[in-house]
Design a protein around this ligand. Structure first.
Ligand SMILES: Nc1ncnc2c1ncn2[C@@H]1O[C@H](COP(=O)(O)OP(=O)(O)OP(=O)(O)O)[C@@H](O)[C@H]1O
Ligand SMILES: [Mg+2]
Length: 383
């Protein structure tokens, strides 16, 4: 068999994962190593680039229907591929493209409306994998969600099997663990030794917090949650937000900006707006994110003793404090404490998903997404 350039002398395979999530903050990339038989070794390099304001505005403008959106989506996808290519160049510094087996790229979600078996479901990530392959000369794997939706699933979350591979604890003597990724939306993975992982989207993560901070602080986000920490939770508003039926609906379930958009917040704020200071709304939104996660743990995995937090929300000290308060019997930690920094986890998951595709291995868990069965996810754009 001819030797493959992407398998290094130690027999490792290298993959790149690229994630740009619902926060619309930018792109995280991770160069990841796996053993030849597929065991995780680790992140070799991480690189991140924020979106320029014009691209961020273009992506935000595509989150709801508007004029000329096909043209605008095509231009935004081209611009997105150029940012992805820049992240790949940073990850490759000093390495040949042929040393990487494939790039897994999520694309940017602009609609997420899965429908279970009724023919109305779809999920749309704009992406330009052909352009990325042209720029990088590496196989590009893209469009990871649509096959699961075609099989009747939610197409999300896709990360629970990766969370299980990295953070799963096979020792049945140890108590169950959970992983929560707090990006624009938050999603939870429940890991009980000896059982398949479970998982679903909890609800808003940072998306509404960012919206409110941008509007009132003029900053992309409330750094470390310093502003929300000084506010008072508005109990009536929190109850109104938590009355959203999504929170109590049973898995399989996933959500996005389609539901938890600024108008959803403004509609609930309604009459209460004049009674709430802006800082108190920020505190309430932070509490909402923590409450949704804690309520889901109480409902679906009450024996969880360790909650590992990844995504940008792990850097929000006020959010981490509120999670800790709501989960007194549970140790709340950033994933760095278990070997993988919070901002690298989701990008690394897309490296794992690319590897699964290249080895023709199913990556979806029907127990999580509700699909008819596990499926090989993604489509390949050769180098
Ligand atoms: N220092 C910080 N303090 C508070 N919040 C932070 C900090 N750094 C990042 N964040 C929050 O994290 C968000 C970015 O997180 P992340 O990149 O994980 O989300 P995402 O792009 O939506 O990803 P995904 O959809 O994969 O979960 C920012 O928009 C911000 O809200
Ligand atoms: Mg991000």
């Amino acid at each position: 068999m001819p030797s493959r350039a992407w398998s290094d002398p130690l027999g490792e395979e290298l993959y790149i994962g690229l994630m740009s999530g619902t926060s619309l903050d930018g792109v995280d990339g991770a160069l990841c190593a796996f053993t030849a038989d597929g065991r995780w070794i680790g992140v070799r390099r991480h690189a991140a680039l924020p979106f320029e304001p014009a691209l961020r505005a273009a992506l935000a403008g595509l989150q709801q229907p508007g004029p000329d959106e096909i043209h605008r989506a095509a231009l935004a996808a081209n611009a997105l591929a150029e940012v992805y290519a820049q992240v790949v160049q940073r990850l490759l510094e000093g390495l040949s493209p042929s040393s990487v087996r494939a790039i897994g790229t999520h694309g940017q979600t602009i609609r997420h409306r899965p429908g279970l078996f009724d023919g109305t479901g779809y999920t749309t990530q704009i992406n330009q994998p052909a352009l990325l392959a042209e720029r990088c000369r590496i196989d590009v794997i893209a469009d990871f969600r649509s096959r699961d939706v075609a099989a009747g699933g939610q197409g999300a979350p896709l990360v629970p099997p990766f969370h299980a591979a990295i953070f799963g604890n096979g020792d049945p003597a140890l108590p169950p663990r959970a992983v929560v990724n707090i990006g624009g939306i938050s999603n939870l993975t429940l890991l009980s030794p000896g059982k398949p992982p479970r998982g679903f989207d909890c609800g808003p993560g940072n998306a509404l917090l960012d919206h409110w901070a941008q509007r009132h602080l003029g900053q992309p986000y409330d750094a470390q949650g310093a502003w929300s920490a000084g506010g008072q939770v508005a109990t009536a508003l929190l109850q109104a937000l938590l009355s959203e039926p999504y929170f109590a609906s049973p898995p399989p379930k996933s959500t996005g900006r389609d539901l938890f958009h600024p108008e959803w917040l403004h509609w609930h704020l309604g009459a209460q707006r004049s009674a709430c200071a802006a800082q108190d709304v920020q505190a309430t939104l932070c509490e909402l994110t923590a409450a949704a996660i804690a309520n889901d743990l109480a409902r679906h995995a009450p024996s969880t003793r360790e909650l590992l937090v990844c995504g940008g929300g792990a850097l929000n000290d006020d959010l981490m404090r509120r999670l800790g308060q709501r989960l007194p019997g549970c140790c709340v930690l950033g994933t760095a404490e278990r070997g993988l920094p919070p901002l690298q986890v989701e990008a690394a998951a897309f490296a794992w998903l690319a590897r699964q595709h290249c080895h023709r291995q199913a990556a979806s868990l029907p127990e999580v997404t509700g699909a008819l069965g596990p499926r090989i996810l993604g489509a390949c754009y050769p180098a």
